[in-house]
Design a protein around this ligand. Sequence first.
Ligand SMILES: Nc1ncnc2c1ncn2[C@@H]1O[C@H](COP(=O)(O)OP(=O)(O)OP(=O)(O)O)[C@@H](O)[C@H]1O
Ligand SMILES: [Mg+2]
Length: 221
Amino acid sequence: MNQPTHLTIAVLQQKGGCGKTTLAVNLAAAAHLEGARTLVVDMDRQASAFDWGAARADGSALEGLTVVKADRALPLPRFREITRGYEYAFLDGPPRLGDVTESAAVAADVALLPIQPGPFDFWAIAETLASLDRADLIRAQLDRPPVRRLFVVNRTSATTLLAREATVGLNDVAGELGGAVYQRVAFPASAARGESVLVEPRSAAAEDIRRLWRRVKGGAR
Ligand SMILES: Nc1ncnc2c1ncn2[C@@H]1O[C@H](COP(=O)(O)OP(=O)(O)OP(=O)(O)O)[C@@H](O)[C@H]1O
Ligand SMILES: [Mg+2]
């Protein structure tokens, strides 16, 4: 149980409601269901991820997927202590920028950045990226490489012109595009029960999450 955490993924974006918690808990569920020791660190005072864990019924396939609260900025050694013994740690960030978001970006291997189609989220990215730039300066002092920046367009729909615009716009900013997760009722419906969309393994929503999870794990390209 003492090997270092294989991968720490921080889901960050100052824009509220873009899907940070939804993606963090569903990706954590994907990791857990693969048999990996997985931790969710809820860094938001609203504690949605923590409540999600608490809503789960006994006997769920997600039993053993641990959610802890840490809604303060933490230094890197403290993150290492909290995540020790887990193969994957997901840091669910708060809907604002500042020292909590920055400390998560210092600790993470991957910064997963959800954006909803449309100009408003796209504009909000610039400030989130500036926060990641500051985190990268701290990382450099700690001899850590820059955090990997992976965008995901969330709540998209095939018919939305704005989805395409957002994707095109992303080509201009520094980072990888990790694909899209579609707007699907299975996300809120499963979350309300402390579950993930993977309870219906053959659903389109489950396929979205597995595809994104492969991309997150798989490294660049
Ligand atoms: N792909 C999706 N399809 C349908 N609903 C979604 C999807 N992603 C997120 N939602 C819904 O959007 C709402 C906001 O999502 P979520 O709480 O994950 O965002 P957040 O970024 O964590 O918000 P906050 O910034 O307040 O922490 C929730 O009701 C969630 O169920
Ligand atoms: Mg949230």
